[in-house]
Design a protein around this ligand. Structure first.
Ligand SMILES: [Zn+2]
Length: 228
């Protein structure tokens, strides 16, 4: 199949409304080979993913693979500046994994039940329907390339681009996490990319950077994944 200029075709494939009344979207562009899914803003206090994806979607690129994007999974949290959504749920603890468990209502609260949140069900349906070959999720602030499932090679490439260390996620419990759901339990290569912090938070004890300064990394990563 031909290589398609992403400046030409961008399509909203799916949309949904959160409990806070904001819309979330799945946008597609690029070619037709592998399905590469990128998800931004799992956590509302990690805003850079939305900026990076939206900037990429404004650009003119060529891609063999079909590039799928959820620019902002947690618009409720983004508006409020909170990790969780408008129900106080950490979406990265709400996936229907075998190890999902009830947790305290702190900032890692995994919800009253697995997949209790609209945002989580939106992603679960996307995984079922579009069967992504590689998934990249954009987080902050730890400057690390985390991975689940068979993603070591991709993680190492992204590590070369960002100069962040590679770390396999297995080894500490993250019940209900997206990496466990897709990477560990379904064998899909999942990269959890922790960029440098772009806003001040209690976890961000390192130097704050601008979202713009992360762009050169993200653009190179997408160049790699577009033809991977
Ligand atoms: Zn995060």
């Amino acid at each position: 199949m031909g290589i398609i200029d992403t400046a030409m075709i961008k399509k909203i494939l799916e949309k949904e409304k959160t409990s806070g009344g904001n819309e979330i979207h799945l946008v597609a562009t690029g070619g037709s080979q592998k399905n590469i899914l990128t998800i931004g803003v799992f956590h509302g206090d990690e805003p850079s993913g939305k900026y990076l994806i939206e900037r990429y979607l404004k650009g003119e690129y060529k891609a063999k693979n079909r590039l799928l994007f959820v620019p902002c999974l947690n618009p409720d949290g983004l508006r409020a500046g909170t990790r969780g959504n408008s129900n106080g749920v950490d979406l990265n603890r709400n996936f229907p994994t075998k190890n999902w468990q009830h947790s305290e209502k702190d900032k890692y609260f995994g919800g009253d039940s697995p997949s209790s949140e609209t945002e989580t069900r939106f992603i679960v349906e996307i995984i079922k329907k579009y069967k992504p070959d590689v998934i990249l999720t954009l987080h902050e602030p730890y400057r690390i390339v985390n991975y689940d499932g068979p993603a070591l090679e991709i993680a190492e490439k992204i590590s070369k681009i960002t100069k962040y260390d590679v770390e396999e996620s297995i080894g500490y419990p993250t019940p209900g996490s997206f990496g466990t759901y897709c990477g560990v339990e379904r064998g899909i290569p999942v990269i959890t990319l922790e960029f440098a912090p772009t806003i001040d938070s209690e976890d961000a004890d390192t130097q704050i950077v601008t979202p713009e300064s992360l762009w050169c990394h993200y653009e190179k990563i997408m160049q790699f994944l577009a033809d991977y």
